[in-house]
Design a protein around this ligand. Structure first.
Ligand code: SF4
Ligand code: MSK
Length: 645
């Protein structure tokens, strides 16, 4: 992939790639080229390093070994490799959820102490008491006579207990339709404790344990469900309680949000507990004064990846870019500090930052880079740590080398901040909040159905192309699109996340709905853990009635067009295990070396859980597959065909 236009469709990114090329700077696009050809055994999933009798590899053409030293076949090896990825992806989201539960507990403790003293001294607060009460009631807690800190303590303790629970079922499983719960129970895949499911899945993949691909996938689904209906859902709900539930909010996206005359601080990673404090610190009068003294006109905070989505949803902080733009942000030469927490942070940033004045600062004890400045974040000192990092950025502003600065002009308006609760109100109004209008829209055929389009970027594909082309096609066919993660950022840059986009891109039916309620045709629901919002919104559709009894009945489909992370695999599995047809772009999950496993994932699994996977390396074909599926579901519900398209 040598031409810059083939590397990214985004003009701002193309400009930075040209700069990188001119200055001899290495990016992931160069590195992916230098990797070619990538290992065929790895791509097919038939390489095993599980034990020290290996590494072993199976010849996919049947001319070499048919099994490893231990006798493991391609089916076992590919299924074990995939199962390990599910466990890793689930552990990442869930560890995030655990940290939020701990922050909630700490807030409850400090809040209680402060109340006794009659003062408020702590950095965090219980921001959404209503959601706290709702969650508390839902999980069986008595709310009467308890203040918000007492209740937060009880909720936090119960939620934290979900990680180590040895028996029983995860509490949020109850949110799923009854029919879905029964399917899971029958198959024995209702998750128990989140940690337990990750450990058990890893155990089954060790040498000489589970050798049956279907069983490995069932255990994998239980682990993935523990993420989607456990770790991720806990992260989303507790973050809303702690930091506030998002509401529709306008902002801007793309590298042009970086400012020539201000101190630029880029937050990158996934966890909002520190970045929320950084937003606060960037507005601190003392620090703004300091920035002025250093010659800057202000402090400009912008985000990359899902930390960006988190602070966008709640604070309207502009987004500098998605996953493949992390290096490009540094190449602008205008970033004083890039502060990173966990996940999706390229190790290459360290070397690249050293070519500019940019300071890379790590903040999590879980994620250190050799030779990179580390300012450890602790919940107890969240604001002080944030101020220290912003101060570092201000002090670094005079070191910016003017000749090296090149900020692309491109920005785009967007509206984010959609949640299950917000959709209720927008569709039904404050006094009769309901999903009825959405269900009616689907039943009448004005809306063909709903799609969740999520996930990363991958330099093996043209940056943003799959997201944009797929979503364009879905809108045209009257499919309402729900998005999270880097996919939402890609479509925001394309201008799909504003109400006016309906006129330009949506089919007539979707346009009518968007015009009536004033929403964009593509709704931004947040970060990767917020895929749980898509699950809960789907549950509301079922509860509202008229579209079946189970999630698998809804005319809906999911997609991860440019995925790269193990987390995307886990998300795919919890969607499929919840009954959703899910299409993956780029390379499949490295399973094609096993015919049986491939057949199970794309067909057999449907008999077990009602959802299945499809793989395609063409966005138009992905759209076609999703639309066909949606139309089939409409037929199965005896609904008329889509009204207009
Ligand atoms: Fe080879 Fe079996 Fe060991 Fe894998 S577990 S490395 S296939 S001997
Ligand atoms: S950040 S997991 S690249 S979506 Fe959530 Fe983006 Fe994928 Fe990371």
């Amino acid at each position: 992939m040598s031409k810059i236009e083939q590397k990214s469709i985004d003009l701002a990114s193309q400009e930075m790639l040209k700069k990188a090329q001119a200055e001899g700077l290495n990016t992931c696009w160069d590195r992916v080229d230098s990797m070619q050809p990538q290992c065929g055994f790895g791509q097919l999933g038939v390489c095993c390093t599980v034990c020290n009798m290996g590494p072993c590899r199976i010849d996919p053409f049947g001319e070499g070994p048919e099994c490893g030293v231990c006798g493991a076949t391609a089916d076992t090896i590919a299924a074990r490799n995939l199962a390990r990825k599910i466990a890793v992806g689930g552990s990442a989201h869930s560890d995030h959820g655990r940290d939020v539960a701990n922050t909630l507990l700490m807030t409850a403790k400090h809040g209680g102490q402060d109340k006794a003293k009659g003062s408020h001294s702590h950095d965090y607060d219980i921001t959404d008491e209503n959601k706290l009460k709702k969650v508390a009631q839902e999980i069986g807690l008595e709310i009467k006579g308890k203040d918000k800190f007492e209740l937060a303590k009880e909720v936090g303790e119960l939620m934290l207990g979900e990680f180590g629970k040895q028996k029983g079922e995860l509490l949020f499983i109850n949110r799923a339709p009854k029919k879905r719960q029964e399917i899971w129970r029958k198959l024995g895949i209702v998750p128990r404790g989140i940690d337990r499911e990750v450990v058990e899945l890893l155990h089954t993949t060790t040498m000489g344990v589970d050798n049956e691909y279907r069983n490995l996938m069932l255990t994998g689904m239980r682990c993935a469900l523990a993420d989607g209906w456990g770790g991720s859902m806990i992260a989303t709900d507790l973050q809303d309680i702690l930091l506030g539930k998002p509401v529709p909010i306008r902002s801007k996206v793309n590298l042009g949000v970086l400012k020539e005359d201000e101190v630029n601080v880029v937050v990158h990673g996934h966890e909002p507990v520190l970045s929320e404090m950084a937003v606060k610190a960037s507005r601190d009068p003392e620090l703004l004064k300091l920035a002025k003294e250093k010659g800057a006109n202000g402090i400009n905070l912008a985000g990359i990846c899902c930390t960006a989505n988190e602070v966008l949803m709640r604070q309207g902080v502009p987004v500098a870019g998605n996953f493949l733009q992390q290096e490009l942000a540094i190449i602008t030469g205008a970033v004083e500090v890039m502060m990173v927490d966990v996940q999706c942070i390229m190790p290459a940033l360290e070397q690249l930052a050293s070519c500019f004045h940019t300071k890379l600062i790590t903040t999590s004890p879980k994620a250190r880079f050799p030779g990179v400045k580390h300012i450890q974040f602790t919940e107890e000192k969240a604001y002080a740590v944030s101020k220290q990092i912003i101060r570092e950025a201000i002090d670094n502003y005079p070191n910016r080398i003017k000749e090296k600065v090149n900020i692309p002009k491109q920005t785009m308006d967007l509206v984010a901040g959609f949640t299950k609760e917000v959709v209720f109100q927008i569709l039904g109004g404050t006094y009769r909040a309901s999903y009825r209008p959405l269900n009616e829209g689907i039943i009448s055929g004005r809306l063909r159905g709903v799609a969740g389009v999520v996930g990363c970027n991958n330099p093996k594909q043209t940056h943003d192309l799959f997201h944009v082309e797929l979503v364009k096609e879905l809108m045209k066919k009257d499919v309402l699109v729900l998005q999270t993660g880097c996919s939402a950022i890609a479509c925001a840059k394309a201008g799909f996340l504003v109400p006016e986009a309906a006129k330009q891109y949506a089919g007539r039916g979707l346009q009518e709905i968007c015009d009536a309620v004033g929403i964009p045709p593509v709704l931004h629901l947040g970060s990767c853990v917020d895929n749980s919002r898509i699950l809960t919104a789907a549950c509301e559709i079922i509860k509202e009635g008229g579209l079946g009894e189970d999630l698998s009945d809804i005319p809906a489909a999911g997609a991860a067009p440019e995925w790269m992370s193990e987390k995307a695999i886990t998300i795919g599995f919890y969607f499929v295990a919840s009954g959703v047809y899910t299409v993956f772009g780029a390379d499949p999950f490295s399973v094609f070396g096993s015919k049986n496993l491939t057949e199970y994932l794309t067909n057999g699994i449907e008999k077990d859980v009602g959802g299945k996977f499809a793989f395609s390396d063409n966005p138009q074909e992905m759209a076609k597959l999703m639309i066909e599926h949606i139309d089939n579901k409409r037929k199965a519900l005896n609904l008329k065909p889509a009204m207009y398209a």
